[in-house]
Design a protein around this ligand. Structure first.
Ligand code: GDP
Length: 443
């Protein structure tokens, strides 16, 4: 499909045991062969060849060359991978020889882009390749491997198919109203199907949002009135004294933001500077000010001082967070308790004893988000599904209002296209370019 043969160094350009230089295209084998001590022209697909890369009969490096013939390769084209000794100098040298012999330098992500454009993988699979490289949590890498295997297509294809069914039925009715075998399509017959599709979309959207949250790290705010031990908890979580802890409220000035792993979960601690600032605000202009950071968070760790009775500020914070995903933390369990609270986690931040915090997280983010369930993996996909959902909603409303099916078709077609765009079957060139340029070179 593509005229030119591309080449790139696929491994980091640093001192290492092995480096890999990759070639893809019609001339990949011929170009590699022109520099190789052995003979690759008759090499079978999926074979490895030992020899030397040579320049004017002088050996440059001792290498292993893998040959993959089209279409059974990463890009669906002829692919050659040269494993060289991993020195930056020799690796660059081999690449420059390949370029001199007819290859063109690949753009970032161009190998994966070719795999997509040549039809081996869909866009969700291409994205997952980069997601795997970038994964920073177990949930992230698990999602990536499932997506690479094509689970997102499996999830969406039934929806795309049932939408196509609806559209096809409407069209038969429009084009051949006299065609007796085609059941007449009325809003009545279309509605149940549409509602079903919307329900299914909602399920996927909800699950994807939750999954993405766990995959990217849970946006977490530590809340509580002054002196309950928020900074101490933050320190215990970060296991290093980044924040200044004193018993005079309102003295922590450092901007501390952190990312901590607790059991299966990664917490992205946000607005940690507001721990003290918020405390001041609570005293000065009232508790309302902490509402925003609490509202924006996926999770609130609400800290209460177990050694003192709950007061008005505690009550207010309890009320403010009652509809949030939250964990109630009774701190200072090393002191005599002033009250008890069912479902709260007792800790001693000072002693870096986090008690059952990790288990509490496990309860809050149920198996749904930990055990893999088919879902979307990024904002692009989620945005498109939400657009499709809106289209379907418009269609449903029109049907409920008795609008003619053929007028509803426009919304159905739009929903259908939005879903296909997730898989890249409908795509905009400029968006594709942006997507692939974020990839690693040689991928
Ligand atoms: P913040 O204002 O909510 O950030 O509270 P700090 O973390 O600054 O703690 C306030 C005071 O409570 C400090 O003197 C801490 O040493 C003390 N403190 C924090 N956690 C504990 C704990 O688990 N046990 C005891 N006994 N004191 C604690």
């Amino acid at each position: 499909m593509f005229e030119d043969t591309i080449a790139a160094i696929a491994t980091p350009l640093a001192r290492g045991a092995i480096s890999i230089i990759r070639l893809s295209g019609d001339d990949a084998i011929a170009i590699a062969d022109s520099l190789f001590s052995g003979n690759l022209s008759a090499a079978k697909s999926h074979t490895i060849h030992y020899g030397y890369i040579e320049e004017n009969q002088t050996p440059v490096d001792e290498v292993l060359v893998s040959v993959f013939r089209a279409p059974r390769s990463y890009t669906c084209e002829d692919v050659v991978e040269i494993n060289a000794h991993g020195g930056p100098l020799v690796t660059r040298k081999i690449l420059s020889l390949l370029l001199k012999n007819g290859a063109r330098m690949a753009r970032p992500g161009e190998f994966t882009e070719r795999a997509f454009l040549n039809g081996r993988i869909d866009l969700s699979q291409a994205e997952a390749v980069e997601d795997m490289i970038d994964a920073s949590t177990d949930a992230g890498s698990r999602q990536a491997i499932y997506s690479i295997r094509g689970e997102i297509r499996k999830l969406l294809q039934p929806l795309i198919d049932s939408m196509m069914d609806l559209i096809a039925n409407i069209e038969v009715n429009i084009d051949y109203p006299e065609y007796e075998d085609a059941a007449e399509m009325t809003a009545e017959t279309l509605l149940p199907h549409s509602r079903e599709i919307i329900e299914r979309m909602d399920e996927i959207i909800e699950r994807s949002k939750a999954g993405m949250m766990v995959q990217d790290g849970i946006r977490t705010v530590i809340a509580g009135k002054p002196n309950v031990g928020k900074s101490s908890l933050l320190n215990a979580l970060l296991r290093e004294d980044k924040a200044i802890v004193t018993d005079i409220a309102g003295t922590t000035r450092d901007l501390v933001e952190g990312r901590v792993q607790i059991g299966d979960f990664v917490l992205n601690l946000v607005d940690t500077a507001g721990i003290r600032e918020g405390a001041e605000k609570i005293e000065r202009i009232g508790i309302e000010k902490s509402r925003q950071s609490i509202e924006d968070a996926d999770l609130v760790l609400l800290v209460l001082d177990a050694s003192r009775p709950l007061d008005e500020q505690d009550q207010e914070l309890l009320k403010m967070t009652e509809n949030k995903r939250r964990i109630l933390i009774l701190n200072k369990k090393d002191l005599a308790p002033a009250f008890e609270m069912v479902g709260a986690v007792s800790i001693s931040a000072l002693n870096k004893d986090l008690g059952g915090l990790s288990e509490a997280l496990g309860h809050l983010f149920t198996s749904d988000q930990i055990v893999w369930q088919p879902r979307l993996s990024n904002e692009r996909q989620l945005g498109l599904l939400s657009q499709a959902r809106q289209d379907m909603d418009r269609a449903r409303e029109a049907m409920e209002n008795g609008i003619e099916p053929d007028l509803i078709e426009i919304d159905l077609l739009s929903a259908h296209d939005h879903l296909k765009e997730i898989l890249g079957e409908v795509h905009r060139e400029d968006l594709l370019d942006t997507l692939f340029t974020n990839f690693c070179l040689g991928k």
